[in-house]
Each structure stands twice: as structure tokens, then as C-alpha cells.
Design a protein. Structure first.
Length: 347
């Protein structure tokens, strides 16, 4: 075997994708000295997407934006050759909540719009927006306000941030709305939920953001009003589109207001990170082994084979204490990589 391509996603809450790749490479190298490894950290559009892009040669740009509660946060996006990769969670992710305190009714996606504007000011012609991991369920209303839209109630007062307030929406003042028609926008997501209903943004994802059953009802009402007003005013009908419910309904706004195209997150990111190029000379081999590394694996050997995976290696297989797996994933990954090397690489 000429080389091993190490292409992990993050171990959420413990290691970034780049750290996972480095630990696996170290373990393989100790067990098989002289082995050539190529590290290609990947992501699916959610947490860690900017990190993966930076590891692939994109330039990281850091700016100040408004976080999910409106307080300033420092967020990053990645830029290369006119393409900006933006991770919505950088601006309004759950990890951006002050003190980790949920704000399901009032959290806003405004910071995502501010990241988009910053990328355009830096001459980005294509925006790849990763949807996922956000703290808000505002249907992308915050993003629209960042782009210059003004959301007002029947008395003419501007609405406060968050999905719950949208139930009072009367109309949108678009006199200062930024025209982004010259910018290509691609939304990366691996969910196909619509905006509303039992599979919608509020019902499925808001409880994960701290919403009570009563909160879910309020958010559903707000999103329904948001869809009614925007679709009537601007002529698009996107509420039932696959992915409209992604990232608290942010998918709905980027489909309708930005004319975005939806693409599967992992496929899009693998392409942007030039993953296939690292397999040159090996890709055509029908028996090229693919093994998976995870914290825990619950799939049967048959299920793994049907996914094209020869075998899965899990931290829990060598360390049954899950607390230790979470506390020391790096050294355990290196030990696990030694098992992989002995099974597949050492004569």
C-alpha cells in the first residue's frame, strides 16, 4: 500500500477533525514506521467546517459578529479563490450561548448574515453555507435583518430577535435589503426537514435547543407567520422544500431570499476539500480497504459492509469506561490506530 488517507470528521466535544487525523497518523506511524499518511480533515457543513477548510488550504478570516443572544462574538469563515465557506454555527451555534444558557425563543441568526456580508466585502463570488448546530429557531429572520430587511408589526414597531416574536410579524420593509443576486449561494446540509409540521424546525430541533412543549408551539406559530408573510410578499414558496427546516429554519431563508441551491453537506465538502485527489492511483482498486474509527460503533458487520466499510474500530472496544474515552480520546485513538496498523498494514 503506497499510502493511507486519514479523513475523519471531528469527535464532537473532544477533538477537532485535524486533531483526530493527527492522533491516528501518530498511532499508525509508531506501529508501521515509514508509512506515508495523508491527513484530510473533513466536515459535513456543521461544527468544524471552517477548521476542515483551513486544513485544506483555505485562509481563515476572523471578524466580530452578533452571537445568538445579540452579544458580540468572534466568528470565522474560510476564503480561497473567491469561494467563502461559512459555518452558521460559528455565529449562532449552541456553543456561542453565554454560559451555555439556552435561549430557544429569542436566539437569532443575525450573525450568519453578517458573516455573509463580510465575505462579499472580501470579494467572494460564491458562498458555501454550512447549516447545522445553531441555537436559534428563527427561520433565518435574523439573517434577513442583517442584510438590511426590517421586520415590523402592525403598529410599525420593529420586532425583537428570535422565532417567537415572528407571530406578530405584519410586513417586511425591504427598502434597504442588500441585493445578493450576483452571488452564488450553496447551502450544505444533510437533513431534508421542511420548515413546518411534525418534521419541521420547531418540532424536531427546538427541543434540542432548550425549548419546552409550549415553546415549540410558540416557535411553530412564529415560523408559520414568517412563511406566510414572506411568501406572499416575495412570491417564493419554500416552506416544504427539503432542507427548509435545517438550522432552525435558516434553510428556508437562504432558499427564498438568497436563491440558494441545497446540496448534501458531506458530498459538497469532500469536493471542496479535493478529497478524491488524494486517492489518485488507489481509487480504482476494487479491494481498497476502508476502515472507520469512532467512539462507539453500533452497526453490525453486515451494515458496515453495505456501506462499503471493511471494519469499524471504536474507542469503546479498547476502553469500556466511556468517561475515560471522553477525557483521553487522543491517546486512545493512537492505541486504536496501532490495532488498525497490525490488522491491515504490518506484514
Amino acid at each position: 500500500m503506497s499510502h493511507v488517507v486519514i479523513a475523519p470528521d471531528k469527535f464532537k466535544g473532544t477533538l477537532t477533525a485535524a486533531q483526530v487525523a493527527a492522533h491516528v497518523a501518530a498511532g499508525l506511524g509508531r506501529a508501521s514506521p515509514g508509512l506515508k499518511t495523508i491527513q484530510v480533515p473533513v466536515a459535513d457543513g456543521g461544527d468544524g467546517t471552517v477548521d476542515a477548510a483551513e486544513a485544506a488550504g483555505y485562509r481563515r478570516v476572523e471578524i466580530g459578529v452578533r452571537g445568538p443572544t445579540g452579544k458580540p462574538v468572534t466568528a470565522s469563515f474560510a476564503l480561497l479563490d473567491g469561494t467563502a465557506i461559512i459555518e452558521s454555527a460559528q455565529a449562532c451555534g449552541l456553543t456561542r450561548l453565554p454560559g451555555g444558557t439556552p435561549a430557544p425563543l429569542t436566539a437569532t441568526s443575525r450573525g450568519v448574515g453578517e458573516l455573509i456580508l463580510a465575505a462579499i466585502r472580501m470579494r467572494a463570488k460564491r458562498i458555501v453555507l454550512g447549516l447545522g448546530g445553531v441555537a436559534c429557531t428563527d427561520g433565518g429572520a435574523g439573517l434577513v435583518t442583517a442584510l438590511g430587511g426590517k421586520l415590523v408589526d402592525a403598529s410599525g414597531a420593529e420586532l425583537p430577535p428570535g422565532g417567537a416574536a415572528l407571530s406578530r410579524l405584519d410586513h417586511i420593509d425591504v427598502s434597504r435589503l442588500r441585493d445578493l443576486s450576483a452571488t452564488e449561494v450553496i447551502a450544505a446540509t444533510d437533513v431534508d426537514n421542511p420548515l413546518l409540521g411534525p418534521r419541521g424546525a420547531a418540532a424536531v430541533y427546538a427541543p434540542q435547543k432548550g425549548a419546552s412543549p409550549q415553546d415549540v408551539t410558540s416557535l411553530e406559530e412564529g415560523l408559520a407567520r414568517w412563511a406566510d408573510v414572506t411568501e406572499r410578499s416575495f412570491g417564493f414558496v419554500k416552506r416544504d422544500e427539503p432542507g427548509a427546516g435545517a438550522a432552525g429554519g435558516l434553510g428556508f431563508a437562504v432558499l427564498g431570499f438568497l436563491g440558494a441551491a441545497m446540496q448534501p453537506g458531506i458530498e459538497l465538502m469532500l469536493d471542496l476539500l479535493s478529497f478524491a485527489g488524494h486517492l489518485a492511483g488507489e481509487r480504482a482498486a476494487p479491494d481498497l480497504p476502508v476502515v472507520a474509527v469512532a467512539g462507539v460503533c453500533s452497526l453490525s458487520p453486515g451494515q458496515l459492509r453495505s456501506a462499503g466499510i471493511a471494519r469499524a474500530y471504536a474507542l469503546a472496544d479498547i476502553e469500556p469506561d466511556l468517561t475515560r474515552c471522553l477525557e483521553q480520546p487522543g491517546p486512545l485513538l493512537e492505541d486504536l490506530a496501532g490495532h488498525i496498523a497490525r490488522d491491515w498494514l504490518v506484514p
